[in-house]
Write a protein that binds this ligand. Sequence first.
Ligand SMILES: Cc1cc2nc3c(=O)[nH]c(=O)nc-3n(C[C@H](O)[C@H](O)[C@H](O)COP(=O)(O)OP(=O)(O)OC[C@H]3O[C@@H](n4cnc5c(N)ncnc54)[C@H](O)[C@@H]3O)c2cc1C
Length: 431
Amino acid sequence: MPEKFDAIVIGAGMSGLAATYKMASAGLSVALIERGDYPGAKNVMGGVLYRSMMEELISEFWKEAPLQRPVVEQRFWLMDENSVVTTGYKSQEWAQEPFNCFTVFRGQFDKWFAQKCTDAGAVIVNETVVESCLKEKGRVVGVRTSRPEGDLYADVVILADGVNSLLARQLEFHREWQPGQVALAVMEELELPAEIIEERFNLDKGMGATIEIFGDGSLGLVGTGFIYTNKKHISIGVGTLLSQIIEVKARPYEMLEYLKKHPMVSPLIRNARPVEYYAHLIPEGGYRAIPKLVGDGVVVAGDAAQLVNGIHREGCNLAMTSGRLAAEAVIKAHQAGDFSAGQLSFYEESLKDSFVVEDLKKYKDTTHLLEKNPQYMNQYIPFANRAMHEMFTVDGVSKKNKQKKIMKRLFTDKSIFSVGRDVFRLIKAVK
Ligand SMILES: Cc1cc2nc3c(=O)[nH]c(=O)nc-3n(C[C@H](O)[C@H](O)[C@H](O)COP(=O)(O)OP(=O)(O)OC[C@H]3O[C@@H](n4cnc5c(N)ncnc54)[C@H](O)[C@@H]3O)c2cc1C
C-alpha cells in the first residue's frame, strides 16, 4: 500500500514552509519534499524578511530565529555614472520590538523554519526531486519523485516549487514564462567586520540598512541594484528583466562587477572579501502573469504563482502569506472532506482579498511601462542628477538662472508634451 498523507508540499522555500507549518500545526499529516540537501540549501534572497507575515505563523519568532540585523534604514538611490540623488527613511521604532524587517541568510533561516515544521509533526524529505504530479480521473492525487518506488499520495498537493514552476506548467496552469516576466539576479556575499559595516552605514551596533539603486546600478536597464547589511557580510546584487538582458546582450556578472566598482558604491565595500556568489530568477510578471492557482487536488503558491512585488522588493512575505492561505484552504477542505477545485477556490478568494493580490493589481502596469519606456531609467535619472548638481554647485550663477538652465536641458531633447505624458503615465502606473 503506497504511503498517503493529508497533504504533500513541494519545495521547502518560504511558501512551502509556511504552508507545511500551518497544516502540521492544525494536525494534518504533511510531507514536505525538497530537492536540496536541506531546506534553504538552494534558496537565494537578498534578503529582507518581513516580520509581520512571519509572525502570523510563529509569534515573536525573532527571539529564536537565526536573523542577521533588524533593518532600521531603507535608502533609495537614483544613480548616474558619477553621482547619486538619495532619499530614504530611518526609524528608531524599527530598532525595537516588534521590528519591521530583518536581513537573513536563507540557508540558515529556512533550516530553522523547517525544524519548526518537523516539531509540528511534518515529515521532511530532502534530496528528492518531484518529477510530476500523479493524476487520477483528472484529479491530482500525489507525486512521482526521483526516488526508486518514490510515488507518494495525498488528498491535496501544494506546488511551492519556486519561480521555475515546472510542475504547474506540466499541469498546464501556465505557459513557460516570457523573458519580460522574470528578472535574472546575481549577487555576492562580501565579508567585513561588524564594526566596519556599522561605521560605513552609520548604524548603531547590531542594526541594519538597505539600499535600493535605480539607474546606473543596472546600467540604465529595468531593474535594481541592492546593498543589504548582514552581521559580518554585505549582500550586493543586481537584478534585471531577462528581456532587457537579452536585448542589449548584457552580461549579469559584468553588471555586478560594474556596480561594485562604481564610485558611489566602492567605498562601502572596500577590502571586503567575496565569500559566496549566487544567480537566481525572480518572477516579475506581476498581476497579469498570475497563473491558474487551483485545480482538483492541487494549489499553487509563492514564486510558482508569480507572487512577487518587484516595485517594493517584496517576495518572501507574499510567499509566506500565499503558503499560509493555501494551508487554510486545505484545512477547510480536510474538514469538509472535499478536495475539488471548487472547495479549494477558497484559497484564490482569500488571496484576492489579501494585500498580495491588491498590491500586485496596483502595480500591474508598472514593470511593463518601464520596460517599454527606457527613458525613465536612462534619461530621467541622469537628468535628476544633473539638476541636483546644477542647483547645489555654488558658482555665482543665480538660482533663477540655474532653474532656467535645468529646464532648458530637460526640454532640449524632449517636448513639454512628451515629458508631461511620461509623468502622467508614471503616476497612473503607481497610483
Ligand atoms: C537575488 C534575490 C534577492 C531577493 N531579495 C528579496 C528580499 O530582499 N526580500 C523579499 O521579500 N524577497 C526577495 N526575493 C524574492 C524571494 O526570495 C522569493 O519571492 C521567495 O523566496 C519565494 O519563496 P518560494 O517558497 O515561493 O520559492 P523558493 O524560496 O525559491 O523555494 C522553492 C523551493 O522549491 C524547491 N524545489 C523546486 N523544484 C522542486 C522539485 N521539483 N522537487 C522538490 N523541490 C523543488 C527548491 O529547491 C526551493 O527550496 C529575492 C530573490 C532573489 C533571487
